[in-house]
Write a protein that binds this ligand. Structure first.
Ligand SMILES: [Zn+2]
Length: 561
């Protein structure tokens, strides 16, 4: 056989979790045709010596529903080895939609996912009604593979119009919503998503529509997914509580479908919560039901000085002082009486997102030469060196050298706990939120961060396990057939990277959104090629411009019914 493409002499890490092996991979007509020591020629050959050849990663928690319409690569996904994305998470989707109902969805996306309204208005060519029509419109127009969940927020608006953000649904309306979910699954949706996050509002300060659904409505819609025997159910409840676990368990048992809930991460302020969550969900799995917790590989870092320390805004006494003019503020921070109040404020037992741990404040920048010895040490080290109480040492040192800069994280900062979370068979790795919060951050690189920080630097799991977590595990749970493994007959979705150097870069600004709006993108290093359905779309930082992506439809689309 003559191949379209042969990838020579790479280390094939095939997505199964089995040990990698040295082999050539032959590609023909968009599929993997043969693996091993290949003798036939090919139209194109890539020398993969020193590189890992892995299945393309599947980024299953994205909000690229709108972006994919003007950016067929969902950039920066290909730079991080992603070949398939799942859109429609957290209840938000661009379909189904009734005539005139488009702006209700824009209002939700703009606020919850922090997308620029101008970009959505200029970039979304409305015209579809059903979820299947939305997906069909992407056929032939995408550079990566796309799949989507139907969002409860859209379903509710499609039936109830603007009353969806005002009141509970009638029985007839719930029946109509069930009809739309059924139609969406038949049209190719990979499942259903919903949102009960009490912090999620629309642009006009109204709650997103799914928050007004009672359990009867929500379980009714989930039953449709169960009856279709296809698809996942993704839920976001907002506050992260172990008391939510029985609800996920009930949903898993009732529908028999995989439930995806978020989020399970180590937090210094609640250091045992992740373990309690995983212990509470274990009986669900032991009984043969599935309710996966979602985790992120990225610690949520904050960087601050004494003059921009928003970390202290959660403490009322601190907050009042931090909002004073600088000279007055510095004066107040020197005052012993004020320090007494600041100390008491920090000692409250109330749950906060700031951990109040001096040993977790790393000094990353100094202004005065005498402080250079403390670079890369912690505030606790500095206090010990000064022989001072840490709070006094912190304030004195900062007032003396206001350029002292601290780096800290409440979430994902404990490598031992994070390692256990990442290794858990009950945990899915993801939450890039790609397409969302585009002017605050970019986390396309959760996979390259797993391979660099967690596998290479911290050795929390093998490379093979990590690749499995990014590929076949996701494909299996979401019901993405024929992708996520390197096997003959599977789609030739591949990524080639150097395991010694692969890493994400710091996010950076780009002005490439519609209406000249800005957003953040993220490059990578050490990731050489990304291949979608046999076509090389990413080659050392360059995108080819080809559109080999396919719409990945769920099993509900093909089943007679
Ligand atoms: Zn989300």
């Amino acid at each position: 056989m003559s191949f379209d493409l042969v990838i020579r002499d790479g280390l094939v890490v095939d997505g199964s979790g089995l040990p990698g092996y040295r082999a050539d991979v032959g590609v023909k007509d968009g599929k993997i045709a043969e693996i091993g020591r290949l003798r036939s020629g090919a139209a194109r050959t890539i020398d993969a010596g020193g590189l890992v050849v892995a299945p393309g990663f599947i980024d299953h928690h994205t909000h690229l529903d709108a972006q994919i319409l003007w950016d067929p690569y969902g950039t920066s996904e290909p730079a991080h080895g992603v070949t398939t994305v799942v859109m429609g998470n957290c209840g938000l989707a661009l379909a189904p939609v009734r005539p005139g109902g488009e702006d209700a969805l824009v209002k939700s996306f703009v606020r919850v996912e922090a997308m620029p309204r101008e970009a959505l208005e200029a970039g979304v060519p409305w015209g579809w009604r059903s979820y299947g029509e939305y997906l069909n419109g992407l056929d032939g127009k995408v550079g990566i593979n796309v799949a989507g969940l139907v969002g409860h927020i859209a379903v509710r608006h499609a039936v109830m119009g603007e009353e969806a953000v005002e009141r509970a649904a009638t029985d007839e309306e719930v029946e109509a919503m069930k009809g739309l979910v059924h139609e969406a699954l038949a049209g190719g949706a990979l499942g259903l998503s919903t949102n009960r996050n009490e912090r999620h509002f629309r642009e006009d300060a109204k709650p997103v529509s799914s928050r007004l659904a009672d359990d009867a409505e929500f379980f009714g819609l989930c039953d449709v997914v169960g009856q279709a025997n296809s698809g996942v159910i993704q839920v976001i409840l907002g506050l992260n509580k172990v008391e939510h676990i029985p609800w996920y368990d009930a949903l898993a048992r009732r529908t028999g479908r995989p439930i995806i809930w978020q989020i399970v991460m180590h937090a210094w302020t609640q250091p045992d919560l992740w373990r309690q969550q995983l212990e509470a969900i274990a009986p669900t799995f032991r009984d043969g039901y599935r309710a996966y917790g979602l985790t992120n590989t990225l610690p949520i870092w904050r960087r601050f000085t004494i003059d921009n320390a928003q970390a202290f805004d959660e403490f009322p006494v601190w907050k009042n002082i931090m909002f004073l003019p600088q000279a007055v503020r510095h004066q107040a921070l020197r005052d012993p009486e004020t320090r007494h109040k600041l100390r008491a404020d920090l000692a409250t037992t109330r749950l906060t997102t700031f951990h109040r741990r001096w040993d977790l404040l790393e000094i990353v920048k100094v202004g005065k030469p005498e402080n250079e010895q403390f670079l890369r040490q912690t505030m606790a080290d500095l206090a010990a060196a000064r022989g001072q109480d840490p709070l006094d040492a912190f304030l004195d040192a900062c007032l003396d050298d206001p350029e002292l800069t601290f780096l800290t994280s409440n979430t994902g900062g404990d490598p031992v706990a994070t390692g256990e979370i990442l290794r858990s068979p009950y945990v899915l790795v993801g939450e890039s939120d790609a397409g969302a919060h585009v002017q605050f951050d970019a986390n396309f690189g959760y996979g390259t961060l797993l391979l660099s920080h967690w596998v290479r630097d911290k050795a929390v799991m093998s490379l093979e396990q990590a690749v499995h977590k990014l590929t076949f595990q996701v494909a299996s749970i979401y019901g993405i057939e024929g992708r996520g493994l390197i096997r003959s007959g599977y789609a030739a979705d591949l990524t080639l990277f150097d395991p010694g150097t692969v890493a994400p870069c710091e996010p950076e600004w780009a002005a490439d959104f519609p209406a000249n709006t800005k957003r953040m993108v993220q490059r990578s290093v050490g990731l050489d090629y990304t291949i979608v359905n046999g076509a090389v779309i990413y080659d050392h930082g360059r995108l080819s411009g080809d559109l080999p992506g396919e719409v990945v439809r769920g099993g509900g689309a093909s089943r007679p019914g």
